[in-house]
Ligand binder design. Structure first.
Ligand code: PMV
Length: 343
């Protein structure tokens, strides 16, 4: 087969965090998580498929047009993991070219968007499922998960739930599902401004961080807490209890970092400016009562989440009180809720 397929896929930010894997499987989450996709922070990936020329399939990978052989072992590992569900991969050579629409070295993980886009293109290349159908998206999510767990959540425009939970019918550890309930208007149009506190490499990768949960003294109570938070956030998204939403989201971010700080060996990814931004947000919320809060992923950068109806006020707040804490004054702003697009 000869095909060239391009997808653009958004990144996502977890509201309830995936942190820790289940034993006895590949890339299965210890607890269920939920995220919003970030419409304006995307990877655009072209996958070219051609019949293999050598005995074993060959891969070439380019990032922003530049060959990146250093990424190939990770992608080859991903391809091996998904070959059982996409057997044509054993018969083809792949040329994969990916770009992000946000600057490199911004310290923003691009793996969720990148593996999401790659998975969509590969499932389409197989040609077995109707493009964009529920079965297609589920298979793409299944494959994306085997590249990076959080990538499983990037294939939907709705909030995405990944991980088996009694709180949501049809949920699974193997793929994410869209949360299709009606979201209250006070929580359906939020934005994310990512304050770049530290653009450098993380001192401890997510892969290493997840692994430290297997011997973690607080792991079981964290997984219980995540389950409770997920259950509650699903209800809050529908009832529009914004104060409760904020409390859950901020608590999740701090719990994630508390788990890092109480791992053995312990470590810390927050930086002094991370804390300063959090304190500024708390002060500003006390002063104005506006719907704004923070979350964190596994790094020092702060995601400022806010209701888009207050964008002007919050933009002003960011400019006057947060930018001085950002490396080179850099931040990235995105709407939430975009879905992948076939180009
Ligand atoms: O998908 P990974 O292995 O990079 O892990 C992501 C973990 C967090 O970003 C910290 C939380 C999450 O649920 O996205």
């Amino acid at each position: 087969m000869n095909k060239s397929i391009t997808y653009s896929c958004p990144s996502n930010i977890a509201l309830v965090k995936y942190w820790g894997k289940k034993e006895g499987g590949v890339q299965l989450p210890a607890n269920a998580s939920i995220s919003w996709s970030l419409s304006d922070l995307r990877a655009t990936t072209t996958v070219q498929v051609s019949p293999k020329k050598a005995a074993s399939p060959q891969l070439a990978f380019l990032l922003d047009g530049i060959p990146k052989p250093s990424f190939e072992p990770k992608i080859n590992n991903f391809l091996k993991r998904i070959e059982p569900v996409l057997p044509f991969l054993g018969e083809v050579d792949l040329h994969i070219s990916s770009m992000n629409n946000f600057p490199h070295g911004a310290g923003i993980a691009s793996s969720a968007a990148g593996f999401g886009a790659m998975a969509m293109a590969l499932v389409e290349a197989e040609g077995q499922l109707e493009i964009g159908s529920a079965a297609f998206l589920q298979k793409a999510s299944f494959c994306a998960r085997l590249g990076s767990g959080s990538a499983s959540r990037s294939v939907y425009g709705e909030p995405a739930i990944w991980g088996l939970t009694q709180s949501y019918n049809g949920s699974s550890d193997e793929y994410a599902v869209p949360f299709t309930a009606d979201i209250h208007s006070d929580l359906s149009n939020w934005m994310d401004a990512v304050m770049i506190v530290d653009a450098g490499e993380k001192s401890v990768s997510s892969t290493e961080g997840h692994a430290l949960l297997s011997e973690h003294a607080y792991a079981e109570s964290r997984f219980d807490q995540a389950q409770k938070n997920l259950n509650e956030i699903l209800s809050v998204l529908q009832t529009g209890e914004v104060e409760r939403f904020i409390a859950l989201v901020e608590s999740e971010a701090l719990q994630l970092h508390a788990m890092m700080m109480s791992s053995i060996p312990y470590y810390m990814l927050m930086r002094p400016h991370t804390i300063s931004i959090i304190q500024e947000i708390w002060n500003y919320r006390r002063e104005t009562s506006l719907p704004i809060c923070f979350t964190l992923d596994a790094g020092a950068n702060v995601h400022v989440l806010f209701d888009a109806r207050y964008q002007e006020d919050i933009q002003n707040f960011i400019n006057t009180r947060l930018l001085s804490y950002c490396q080179n004054g850099l931040y990235l702003c995105s709407a939430t809720g975009g879905k992948p697009e076939k180009l």
